[in-house]
Design a protein around this ligand. Structure first.
Ligand code: C2E
Ligand code: MG
Ligand code: MG
Length: 713
């Protein structure tokens, strides 16, 4: 690096050199005032004639000027001094005070100017002073006239001050050179590139780091780039006076790239306007920031846009006043894939879906993953028709056969579309598309639905129902009714099925058909199911305590059974109530076979000694092979068979077959929905052990059971 700059020195704290100079300056100042006083007194008491009045009047002016403009030796002050001194020469017999005064004035000026020029200025002052005395001694006999102070003490003091000033000057120059060398070492070792630009913007000085960072080749210094162009000098965006560093991407001759934080600071308090440019390599930090930004913008699993970034893009498109089509896509049955095949397969399924959505969308729109199995597409400039076409394209791309899970499968999805209207916000648009998607899903999935305002009302009503149901579960609005399960041989109740009802304020008593579906969708079924389970077990214990030998049967939904918390809460209920496990039967429907987690849960339940019944047998995807593989304690023949018994001989054949099969598998059969004595008789004759139906008793509160005919005491 070339010499370090003075500019850099200026920004350092006061150096010892500066302190020394300041001290000598103060001393000279005192001496100057003293000599002025002596000179004035001499004029007053030693001078002759009226001429002396001129300097007498001017001295106060000069003193005032020194006070008011201590740092300035302006022409007016110089003129006043000149007149005083020259006037004095005419009127004074002893010139010593004049010489002192002249010396003090010159010294003072020299010290108040630039420190750098002090040695140069102080030399003539000294020469003038010494030669003045030499001339005086040589040409005039030394006559000590006037007060001793003016003639002897003042000259001697002047000499002492001059000697001190010289000494201090020499010392300060040395110290400054030291300071320069120190700064040079600092600048050289600096990890920051430093370049000093002159008033024309040409690099004057720079360190090696700057050369390296700015990729300057050879001996020549090159350009300092800025974000607005190849050279900061020609930048008209204020880069040369910026308070904050600007980041510039640079490509070096060897092809590597990097990012520099460049800051240009004007260097003040120097004779020429300079600019100091600092260049810092921030490539690593920038790389990290870019990586973090990408992480925030992209969904890690699928590589599609992430939720936050996507919403930001929708915001921007809406702000730009564009018509925007927004598609919300939810995969159908993803939970089953995830549960049955495991999370790795689930991830792979999601990635495949993302790839297909991305492919269907192409460059005209932006696809994103909003979370879970929910995706979205922003289609700028798409009206209803174009958005619908895009949605259909996505569905058919998703529906192409997917191999890789060990068996062929297809990806099904429900798509909701909302198209922006003027003034619509992102949240509103997303909510509408989401509502439409929800409707598509409720209608069976695998379809596209366009948002219509009435859909919103339905969804609102649902949200109200959901909130009310949550309150119902926690506030004890759920009521349990019990329906007897009768032993057909004795016509006496052997057990009771607990059937939940909701005493909903303002709506009356609601049957499970009106809220179980909602509870399952929202996950509230878990809390609801626990309440039912606990209530039923408590009731069974109460019966036991009353000496009634009744088992209790509780319906458990597949969703509830697949929750990992099911088994622990079942255990807890049995422990707290003290009910023997074999007194409890849980009823599950055939949908349990399609859910791996629920199936595993069921196996664990059986190990506790709790009995398991297969409810509504014959209505779902009944598979006799499943029935064989997973043994049940009870098979409940669905009401539809009982109803149809009298109608066709074929139904009777099927029912007989179910009863026989259950017997082979070691399970009891319970026929549901018995309303007539004929149905009961037929079933008894066919070998069915138990039955349940209005004939024996309707579901009712336990306290009303005393009036039921078939309940034993
Ligand atoms: P399910 O388990 O098959 O219950 C039998 C249903 O048939 C009950 O309807 C009962 O009132 C009705 N029923 C009984 N005998 C007759 C009859 O002779 N004729 C006719 N027409 N119907 C009869 P409910 O109480 O409305 O329950 C409907 C379904 O709701 C139940 O079917 C069960 O799947 C579900 N459910 C009830 N309580 C719960 C519960 O606590 N948890 C869960 N997850 N599901 C429940
Ligand atoms: Mg049931
Ligand atoms: Mg049933």
């Amino acid at each position: 690096m070339a010499r370090p700059t003075r500019a850099v020195v200026d920004h350092l704290p006061a150096s010892p050199a500066q302190t020394g100079l300041r001290r000598i300056r103060r001393l000279t100042e005192v001496y100057a005032y003293l000599s002025v006083t002596v000179f004035t007194l001499q004029l007053l008491f030693v001078g002759t004639g009226h001429e002396r009045l001129v300097p007498i009047l001017l001295v106060p002016v000069m003193l005032a000027a020194w006070r008011l403009w201590p740092n300035r030796g302006g022409w007016a002050v110089a003129l006043a001094e000149g007149v005083i001194v020259h006037g004095a020469v005419f009127v004074l017999p002893n010139p010593a005070p004049v010489i002192n005064f002249l010396f003090a004035v010159t010294m003072r000026r020299a010290l108040f100017g630039s420190q750098e020029r002090f040695p140069v200025k102080v030399v003539p002052a000294m020469l003038g002073y010494v030669s003045g005395f030499v001339a005086w001694i040589a040409f005039k006999p030394v006559v000590v006239t006037g007060p001793l102070v003016a003639s002897v003490v003042m000259p001697l003091m002047g000499l002492a001050v001059a000697a001190l000033a010289l000494h201090e000057t020499v010392r300060s120059v040395r110290l400054m050179e030291d300071a320069h060398r120190t700064v040079e070492a600092v600048v050289r070792a600096s990890p920051i590139g430093l370049v000093l630009l002159d008033v024309f913007g040409a690099p004057r000085l720079h360190n090696d780091r700057a050369r390296e960072l700015l990729d300057w080749r050879g001996d020549e210094s090159g350009r300092v780039p800025c974000p607005h162009g190849p050279d900061i000098t020609s930048c008209e965006h204020g880069c040369r006076a910026g308070d904050d560093p600007v980041e510039v991407r640079v490509t070096r001759a060897d092809g590597t790239t990097g990012v520099l934080a460049v800051q240009a600071v004007p260097v003040e308090h120097v004779s020429e306007q300079h600019t100091l440019v600092t260049a810092l390599d921030v490539s690593k930090r920038r790389e990290l920031e870019d990586a973090l930004r990408t992480r925030a913008e992209r969904d890690e699993l699928t590589g599609l846009a992430g939720r936050t970034h996507f919403l930001h893009l929708v915001d921007e498109a809406l702000l730009a006043g564009e018509a925007v089509g927004l598609l919300v896509i939810d995969l159908d049955g993803f939970k089953e894939v995830n549960d049955a095949e495991g999370h790795e397969a689930g991830d792979w399924y999601l990635v495949s879906a993302a790839e297909r959505i991305g492919r269907a969308v192409g460059p005209v729109a932006t696809a994103a993953r909003l979370g879970g199995d929910e995706f979205a597409v922003l289609a700028p400039g798409h009206d209803v028709r174009e958005s619908a076409r895009l949605a259909t394209r996505i569905l058919s791309e998703l529906a192409r056969p997917l191999t890789g899970l060990g068996h062929d499968t297809v990806i099904r999805a429900s798509v909701g579309i909302a198209v922006s209207s003027p003034g619509a916000g992102t949240a509103e648009l997303l909510r509408d598309a989401d509502t439409a998607m929800y409707v598509a899903k409720r209608e069976g999935g695998g379809r596209v639905r366009l948002f219509r305002p009435e859909m919103g009302e339905r969804v609102l009503a649902r949200q109200r129902d959901k909130a009310d149901l949550r309150t119902a579960v926690s506030d004890g609005q759920l009521v349990l009714h019990y329906q007897p399960i009768v032993d057909l041989a004795t016509s006496e109740a052997a057990g009771a099925e607990a059937l939940v009802r909701w005493q909903r304020p303002g709506h009356g008593l609601l049957g499970p058909g009106e809220f179980i579906g909602l509870a399952e969708e929202t996950g509230l079924i878990v809390a609801l199911g626990n309440k039912v389970l606990a209530g039923a077990c408590e009731q069974a214990m109460r019966w036991r305590e009353q000496g009634r030998s009744l088992g209790v049967t509780v319906n458990v939904s597949t969703r509830q059974l697949s929750a990992p918390a099911f088994l622990p809460s079942l255990d807890r209920v049995l422990k707290t109530t003290g009910l023997p496990p074999e007194r409890l039967t849980i009823e599950v429907t055939e949908s349990v076979w399609a859910d791996g987690a629920a199936m595993r849960g069921l196996m664990e339940v059986r190990e506790t000694g709790v009995r398991v019944a297969l409810d509504d047998f014959g209505t779902g995807y009944s598979s006799l092979s499943y029935l064989q593989r997973y043994p049940f304690d009870v098979v409940k023949i669905d009401r539809s068979f009982t109803n149809a018994l009298a109608e066709t001989g074929r139904t009777a054949g099927v029912v007989r077959c179910i009863i026989d099969l259950a017997e082979v598998l070691g399970a009891h059969t319970v026929a549901e929905g018995i309303e007539t004595q004929a149905q009961a008789d037929w079933l008894r004759n066919a070998g069915c052990a138990y039955a349940q139906g209005y004939l024996f008793g309707r579901p009712d509160l336990a306290e009303n059971w005393d009036t039921q005919p078939s309940v034993p005491h």
